[in-house]
Design a protein around this ligand. Structure first.
Ligand SMILES: NC(=O)c1ccc[n+]([C@@H]2O[C@H](COP(=O)([O-])OP(=O)(O)OC[C@H]3O[C@@H](n4cnc5c(N)ncnc54)[C@H](O)[C@@H]3O)[C@@H](O)[C@H]2O)c1
Ligand SMILES: O=c1ccn([C@@H]2O[C@H](COP(=O)(O)OP(=O)(O)O[C@H]3O[C@H](CO)[C@@H](O)[C@H](O)[C@H]3O)[C@@H](O)[C@H]2O)c(=O)[nH]1
Length: 475
């Protein structure tokens, strides 16, 4: 068996391993059935694997076993029901059963920002790995998928060594995940690359077998999926480097937006023009309210913290600037709102008391119900703090938003939210908002003033309909 090392080209099949369970394909488990793990468990069953999803959250597990996806992710419901019915998929809160079931165990638990604001909280990784290791009774591969600081895989290997008898030969590998919420099903079934950090040929073969469904699907669609086989540290770093690059690209275009704002340029045209250069590319150059979600913000902070610990803090100092540019976009919306409402800004920020503002969007981007570090919700909070009465509507994120920020007023529809509003802020570019009719909405509001926090509206159309329009980085 040849192990390409490191390899950025598609490889031919290398797996000749027999899974310890004796099954033709390894039986796989996913520990943590949140946005990452639930999607994976369901899609892996769709690829034909026998799958068991484990979580400590009994409500989540009950929902999944009942055929209900606890998150909003396009396409996932149908796949869940189909694969439960086919008997390839089930979910459990029983760690002993999980340990017994799997040949390959994927760790998909959260790695949130620590309370100190910078590094990653690895307590869920520690708890899940320890719990699993203590119940393993045969050889298996534990594969980290969670996004972690470099060095975590080595630490997990030590944890596993401490909690399993040496003669079982349990091994560890790391395979970071690059899926985007809203596109998660396709990203899992048709990834643009697979990265694995391994230490042995056996682990490499098992991981190849655990990904074979993905390679087989690609072959039937006449595609190839590049496989990068590398060491632990590189695999961990690929993930945070990718997110750091994406965050930097967004903050770069938002920095250009800041300059356009003072120089009278239009960042949307600027982005389009530079994007024609294939070295730059036109994706992830959408200026606006900036990046949020459960990944980019926390990952660039954790990456800086880890680099600092390793003595390479200087190298990532620019990421601090990336973060600051990003956060400034939120206060920019506040400023635009105050300008449109004719409110002066004092040292404590603008006073918006006595105004009613409709906020359209709460999720961190469209096609998800995820409000974790959502710029839209953060801005809604700033508007309220400035004294405005804030009425929020989001097509999928209402329940999560209400839980995260109960102090806001939540409306049942876009029209309810805008009725009587002095100002409308479009903060997540859901299709319903992009395609909203400015003439019809104009009949409902108290003032035709709109902040387009995502540059997603047709400015000319809204202006023609009598709206005072303000975009981000455009006149
Ligand atoms: N959300 C994404 O799109 C995405 C994409 C790529 C990578 N990641 C990374 O994947 C990881 C998970 O992210 P997420 O968004 O799915 O988080 P999440 O919070 O949605 O899910 C984490 C799940 O782990 C469960 N959990 C907690 N402790 C556990 C334990 N001891 N054993 C088993 N389960 C336990 C929680 O109950 C929860 O259901 C993070 O490291 C994240 O950075 C996320
Ligand atoms: O041009 C752009 C593109 C995105 N965003 C914002 O950036 C954030 C993140 O968007 P996106 O990257 O699509 O969402 P995630 O689902 O968080 O995915 C990122 O984070 C995941 C978790 O690590 C990785 O797996 C993905 O590859 C990576 O794209 C959102 O708030 C977007 O509104 C912009 O402001 N401008």
């Amino acid at each position: 068996m040849t192990i390409p090392y490191p390899n950025s080209q598609p490889v031919t099949p290398i797996a000749t391993v027999t899974p310890p369970s004796g099954a033709a394909r390894p039986r796989v488990t996913f520990l943590g059935t949140g946005y990452l793990g639930a999607t994976y468990a369901i899609c892996y069953a769709e690829l034909g694997y026998e799958v068991l999803g484990f979580d400590v959250d009994a409500d989540k597990i009950a929902m999944l076993n009942a055929g209900q996806v606890p998150i909003h992710e396009p396409g996932l419901d149908e796949l869940l029901r189909r694969n439960l019915a086919a008997g390839r998929l089930r979910f459990s809160t029983d760690i002993a059963e999980t340990a017994d079931f799997g040949d390959v165990h994927f760790i998909c638990v959260g790695t949130p920002q620590r309370a100190d604001g910078m590094g990653a909280d690895l307590s869920y990784v520690e708890a899940s790995v320890t719990g699993l290791a203590q119940h393993l009774t045969r050889k298996a591969l534990i594969v980290g998928k969670s996004t972690v600081p470099v060095g975590t895989a080595e630490w997990v290997e030590q944890l596993v060594g401490k909690h399993t008898p040496a003669d079982l030969g349990v091994e560890v590998a790391w395979s970071p995940e690059f899926l985007q919420e809203g596109f998660a099903v396709d990203d899992v079934l048709r990834p643009n690359r697979i990265v694995v950090g391994v230490k042995s040929e056996w682990a490499n073969g098992m991981l190849y077998a655990a990904h074979k469904g993905v390679f087989d699907l690609a072959a039937t669609e006449d595609r190839e999926v590049p496989l990068v086989v590398t060491d632990f540290a590189t695999a961990e770093l690929v993930k945070v480097a990718a997110n750091a690059f994406l965050a930097t690209k967004i903050s770069f275009i938002n920095a250009m937006a800041e300059v356009c704002e003072v120089a009278g340029g239009d960042v949307t045209q600027l982005a389009r023009a530079i994007g024609f250069d294939p070295r730059i590319g036109n994706r992830f150059l959408q200026a606006g309210l900036g990046f949020g979600g459960a990944c980019l913000p926390k990952d660039i902070r954790a990456f800086q913290a880890r680099a600092q610990e390793l003595g390479a803090g200087e190298a990532l100092r620019f990421l601090h600037e990336v973060d600051l540019i990003n956060l400034r976009r939120r206060t920019r919306v506040l400023q635009l709102a105050a300008d449109l409402l004719g409110r002066r800004t004092g040292p404590a920020g603008p006073d918006l008391s006595g105004t009613r503002i409709a906020v359209l969007g709460a999720t961190f981007k469209p096609n998800t119900d995820d409000v974790r570090d959502a710029p839209a919700l953060a801005v809604a909070g700033l508007l309220r703090k400035a004294g405005a009465e804030v009425h929020v509507f989001d097509p999928e994120g209402m329940e999560n938003a209400r839980r995260a920020m109960p102090e806001l007023i939540y409306e049942a529809s876009m029209t309810d939210a805008v009725t009587g509003a002095d100002l409308v802020c479009v903060l997540t570019e859901w299709a319903d908002f992009r395609n909203a009719d400015p003439v019809a909405l104009g009949e409902l509001v108290a003032g035709r003033k709109v902040v387009d926090g995502r540059n997603c509206l047709d400015a000319a159309m809204w202006t023609q309909a009598g709206w005072e329009y303000r975009g981000m980085g455009r006149p």
